[in-house]
Structure formats: structure tokens, C-alpha cells
Ligand binder design. Structure first.
Ligand code: ASP
Ligand code: MG
Length: 327
């Protein structure tokens, strides 16, 4: 039977009620006929809290090994609670540390590289009918020490396991419903994308938008691991990440850079003409903007920080909602 990886972000695990809701989503996937493997982040802001504790106890020169030993505890906390929540629903589950799940890394504490995943234990647990709940963001070095994979690293755990288990799909359940044409808090008529390409998602991550960990997306792209970015609060489909996606504009991102705001259009085959249209739309909206970069997958305009949101709305109107929108 095929497996599915379901990874939960920290805000989806911030209290026992949310953990139980996440557990119910895992069981729902099982009823649909796939064998779920859950991968969990530390609850909410607990990684930041642990880092503050580390600084208080050990100061700036503290050992990187001990920092990783401490940080790994956050994800282990989530994993054990999630396994309990699954068992409370009558399922059989087992929490696993990164080491127990076979995530082997080098010894670069704080940003360890995954060397390989030895998934024999995971396969045994699956064969025995248990739902594995893996603590994300951590692995073990050849010396047997606990390592962590860099901030956002539980995304990497998820895709590495999806690759090693040849999973059908790797789902990311978070507090956002998917990738939108623009941030819905700023652009009320922004639409959720059904699909985005790996390249588009990589461009978004590089342009500073909050998406998945860049390393994880690159890993998935290289191996063709199918990703589904969706909500842990709603059951509706999210955004699928696939190799190809329709040509043209797919979404906009906004990023602060000192006194400026950078608004980027992400998509494929973005021409110089589109850049000229974007500049004209900015001008028509009375905004001061200039071109600040263009590649095959993105084009960026720069504007004073105070005009960033207005520029985002003007470009959204042009490319995604106005008459003659490019889609
Ligand atoms: N808890 C870690 C972090 O906040 C890892 C993760 O969430 O993916 O960076
Ligand atoms: Mg986290």
C-alpha cells in the first residue's frame, strides 16, 4: 500500500485541541486508502523560546551540539503528543525521533545536511499497522549525536521521507490554505492557486515570501516529489506543486528591503513587455516605481516602502483581476 507524508507546522500543533484535530486529519487520510506517516514541527513558537533559554543558560559561546540537543526536544514533544492523540482515537501509533526514523546527517550542528534516510524501522512500523509520527527538523550524525537541519527543517524531513518511502504525496498542513495570487490580507480578491511549479515555488522562497523551506523545495524538485500545500483547519484542497505549470504570471510577492518594498511577479516566460506593462500600471496608480530585476521566473519592481501594498494591489488588478487579466 502507498504511503502519504502529512507534515504539520507548529501553529497547527500549538495546543492539545489542535493536536487532536491534526490527528483526526491523519486518520481521514488513512480512510481514503493511503498509509499515513506524520511529520511534526515543534509547537508554535517553542523553537524560538528554546533558543532564548539556550542563550540565557549558555550565552553566545555555547556549544552547537547542546543547542541542537535542546532544539530537537521541541519536535519530540509534538511527536509524542500526536501519537497519544492518535491512540486516543483508537489508532495504533508510534512517535519516532529523527534518529529512530533513520535520518542520517553530517555533523554540521544547526544546519546539518541529510546524507541518507534508512527507513527500515519506518517500514516495520507501517507493516505492523502503526502510524509513525516523526519528529521533524532533526537527524543523527555518524558519531551518534543529535543534529538539526536549519530553521524550517521539518519540511526537509518530510520530503526526505517522501523520497525514501516513494510516497504518493507529501502534504504540508499549515495555517494557510495554499499559495495565493497575492497575500489575501493585503489583496482581498486574491485567489488560491490550484497548482504552482517547483520553479515558481523556489522563486517565491528566494524572493522572501513565506512558503516552504527553500532546501526542502529544491530537494523535492530534484526528485519529482509531489507536494500539496494545504490548510490544517479546513478540508478543502490547497495548492499542488508540480513539475510543469501553465505559462504566464502565477502570483505576486511583497518584501521589505530597507526603505523600499520589492513587489515581484512570479510565473514562467515573463517577458520584458510584461515588465513595461507593470511599470505603466504603477504610474497610472500614481506610484513611484522602477524595475529592479527580471529573470525567466520573476520580475521585480521597487517602490518606497510606504507604497508597497498599493503597488501590490495595482499589479494584482493588472495581472489577475482586471479586464484582460493575463490568465
Ligand atoms: N521548529 C523548527 C523551526 O521553527 C523547525 C520547523 O518548524 O520546521 O524552525
Ligand atoms: Mg517551527
Amino acid at each position: 500500500m502507498k504511503t502519504i507524508i502529512i507534515k504539520f507546522g507548529g501553529s497547527s500543533l500549538s495546543n492539545p485541541g489542535r493536536i487532536r484535530r491534526a490527528a483526526a486529519m491523519v486518520l481521514q487520510e488513512r480512510r481514503r486508502g493511503l498509509r499515513p506517516v506524520a511529520v511534526v514541527s515543534a509547537p508554535a513558537d517553542s523553537t524560538d523560546d528554546l533558543l532564548k533559554l539556550a542563550a540565557l543558560a549558555g550565552g553566545e559561546k555555547r556549544s552547537a551540539r547542546e543547542t541542537d540537543a535542546l532544539l530537537a526536544a521541541g519536535e519530540q514533544f509534538s511527536a509524542a503528543l500526536m501519537a497519544m492523540a492518535l491512540e486516543a482515537e483508537g489508532a495504533r501509533a508510534v512517535s519516532l525521533t529523527g534518529a529512530q526514523a533513520g535520518i542520517r546527517t553530517n555533523s554540521s550542528f544547526g544546519a546539518a545536511e541529510v546524507l541518507r534516510a534508512d527507513v527500515r524501522r519506518l517500514r516495520r512500523e507501517l507493516a505492523a499497522g502503526r502510524i509513525p509520527v516523526v519528529a521533524g527538523f532533526q537527524g543523527v550524525s555518524a558519531a551518534g549525536d543529535t543534529t538539526t537541519l536549519g530553521r524550517g527543517g521539518s519540511d526537509l524531513t518530510a520530503v526526505v521521507l517522501a523520497g525514501a518511502l516513494r510516497s504518493e504525496l507529501c502534504e504540508f498542513r499549515t495555517d494557510v490554505k495554499g499559495v495565493y495570487t497575492a497575500h489575501p490580507a493585503i489583496v482581498p480578491d486574491a485567489r488560491k492557486l490550484e497548482q504552482i511549479s517547483y520553479a515558481g515555488l523556489i522563486a517565491l522562497a528566494e524572493l522572501g515570501a513565506e512558503v516552504r523551506q527553500l532546501r526542502a523545495v529544491k530537494y523535492a524538485a530534484k526528485r519529482g516529489i509531489r507536494l500539496h500545500l494545504r490548510s490544517s483547519f479546513h478540508d478543502e484542497p490547497g495548492t499542488l506543486v508540480t513539475a510543469g505549470a501553465p505559462a504566464g504570471p502565477s502570483c505576486l510577492s511583497l518584501k521589505r528591503a530597507g526603505g523600499n518594498a520589492l513587489v515581484s511577479l512570479v510565473g514562467s516566460g515573463l517577458s520584458r513587455e510584461l515588465q513595461a506593462e507593470a511599470l505603466a500600471a504603477a504610474k497610472a496608480a500614481g506610484l513611484r516605481a522602477s524595475a529592479a530585476g527580471r529573470g525567466a521566473r520573476y520580475l521585480t519592481l521597487k517602490t518606497p516602502a510606504g507604497s508597497g501594498e498599493s503597488l501590490l494591489r495595482a499589479l494584482h488588478e493588472l495581472f489577475f483581476s482586471g479586464q484582460g487579466a493575463h490568465h
